[in-house]
Design a binder for this molecule. Structure first.
Ligand code: NAP
Length: 505
């Protein structure tokens, strides 16, 4: 008996069944949902690709993937033996109409066997150029179906720019209702990210402070130690602004900046997020130089290993103008946030991998203590650490124990590991379960995606039209180019980082 009786018998069809995303994320997530009792009794997973595999060969591959990537470690024999009979493989080229006919036949066979109509989730874990052809192929096979039973999950990137995102939305809208379309931003499935809404809207103490009267500035920083590696083919057409800021970082910004929704339903939550994106100040071409910084990593040393520069990565264009680092200063022009800067930055081959939101409050209006008491005076900061540490910490000033009056900064910490024994599910588990339940709260709506593209288009256009003369301009193991420090230092602030032990710096 599944944990949630609202989950209907389901067929998952995974386009890109032989690909990296399925190996590392989707299949392990489905397996862990199965282990935790979230899958219905009647379910089937059909992986698909052009590679010729039998069901048994595909199962063997998935078992090896699970053993390597599942958060629960190696699969236990008795669990795997219960899970494996639900897995199937279908050789198919998505460009061939016959492929969709074959899927229909398999779905019909499951329904006949189960004696109930099944929900069908088509997961598009393939290159974006295939999204239109697959969407069209699927739609032709489900013309009269109850729309709530057929769902299509679309991986990032959703569009390459505003125009292509609009075209894809238009095509999807011709075939599906919005309630059938699940645009994934896996950041939204992360536990700490979901907790931003709980923290803000399930506690009364934050709301009176959550505005321009009390908050001085906000920083959102997603840094990675890894370089691009062998993904230059994809990355060279993308870059940090498209790959990270247009989606993940702007979604985080929306969660921090949104007004309280009327209730916790998908459309109410997404309405409030779209409001933020619509209120964000658009850049004129002449603003871009002041508000945005780009960088590309050079060769260097990282944790004792020599690492190549971006232009020397395997398959890279030696004259590439693609940015591997981007930092932008945004404003949200509404009553809540007028005048409060939101600094966002992301990059590869940086000193550390960490995703952190730092909300800095204004200073006290008047310091009553003598100057010498403030050893390490720091304005209050709320730090939401998404990964690797999962925590929320409030930095406050406190008296250090002793006979003299000395102040220093201490942290009030809520951390997941210390508070909960259970391990947090992976983002893809949350999102796949929501897709089964028909809950779109953590998925992006078409208008959200378009607003985000609209916001960053002037930066993209400026950077594309004016190749950087200074690339590469930051070394491995740094925090990015000097200009990114200047972007925030000009306003009197600095980028916040959490040291590895989680204590404040
Ligand atoms: P990948 O490892 O290159 O896999 C591509 C998949 O597409 C393979 O299973 C391949 O199967 C299949 N494919 C290619 N041409 C096909 C065709 N004509 N007909 C049927 N299947 C075809 O790519 P990936 O890394 O898994 O990424 C897939 C998608 O997820 C991309 O949109 C990517 O941006 C997105 N994504 C990936 C990650 C990640 O961590 N990997 C993270 C976020 C988003 P055959 O070779 O067997 O045909």
């Amino acid at each position: 008996m599944p944990k949630n009786p609202n989950i209907k018998p389901t067929v998952f069809i995974i386009f890109g069944g032989t690909g990296d995303l399925n190996a590392r994320k989707l299949s392990p997530a489905l397996y862990n949902l199965f282990l935790d009792g979230w899958l219905p009794d009647q379910f089937a997973i059909i992986g698909t690709g052009r590679t010729r595999l039998t069901d048994e060969e595909f199962r063997t591959k998935l078992l090896a993937d699970l053993n390597q990537f599942s958060r629960n470690g190696k699969a236990r024999k008795e669990d795997w033996e219960k899970f494996a009979p639900h897995i199937f493989y279908q050789v198919a080229d998505v460009k061939t109409p016959a492929a969709y006919e074959q899927f229909s036949q398999r779905i019909a066979a499951f329904e006949e066997d189960w004696k109930v109509p099944a929900n069908v989730i088509y997961y598009l874990a393939v290159a974006p150029e295939f999204f239109p052809i697959i969407a069209t192929g699927i739609a032709q096979r489900h013309p009269e179906d109850d729309p709530t039973r057929v769902r299509i999950v679309i991986e990032k990137p959703f569009g390459h720019d505003l125009e292509s995102a609009r075209a894809l939305n238009k095509l999807l809208a011709q075939h599906f209702q919005e309630c059938q379309i699940y645009r994934i931003d896996h950041y939204l499935g992360k536990e700490t990210v979901q907790n931003i809404m709980a923290f803000r809207f399930a506690n009364a103490i934050m709301e009176p402070l959550w505005n321009r009267n009390s908050i001085e500035h906000v920083q959102i920083s997603v840094t990675e130690q890894l370089g691009v590696g062998e993904r230059t083919g994809y990355y060279d057409n993308s870059g940090a602004l498209r790959d990270m800021i247009q989606n993940h970082l702007l979604q985080l910004l929306c969660l921090v900046a949104m007004d309280p929704p009327v209730n916790f339903t998908a459309d109410e939550v997404r309405n409030r997020k779209v409001d933020v994106l619509r209120a964000m100040r658009r850049f004129k071409p002449e603003d871009v130089r002041e508000a945005a910084v780009r960088g590309q990593y050079a060769a260097g040393w990282l944790e004792g290993k020599k690492v190549p520069g971006y232009r020397e990565e395997k398959g890279a264009n030696p004259a590439s103008n693609t940015e591997t680092f981007a930092a932008v200063k945004f404003f949200v022009d509404n009553w809540r946030w007028q005048g409060v800067p939101f600094y966002v930055r992301t990059g590869k081959r940086l000193h550390r991998s960490a995703s952190i939101i730092s909300i800095q409050f204004k200073d006290v209006p008047h310091i009553i203590f003598p100057a010498e008491t403030g050893e390490s005076w720091q304005q209050n900061r709320l730090i939401i650490s998404i990964q690797p540490e999962m925590s929320i910490r409030l930095q406050v000033q406190a008296k250090r124990p002793g006979l003299d009056m000395m102040l220093n900064t201490v942290d009030m910490v809520f951390d997941y590991q210390g508070t909960y024994a259970a391990e947090a599910p992976e983002a893809y588990e949350t999102l796949l379960l929501d897709a089964m339940l028909g809950d779109q709260t953590l998925f992006m709506r078409g208008d959200q995606v378009e607003e985000a593209w609209d916001l960053i288009m002037p930066i993209l256009n400026a950077w594309q039209g004016r190749p950087s003369l200074s690339f590469p301009n930051y070394s491995a193991d740094s925090w990015g180019p000097e200009l990114a420090e200047a972007l925030i230092a000009r306003d009197g602030f600095h980028w916040f980082t959490l040291p590895l032990d989680g204590k404040k710096k």
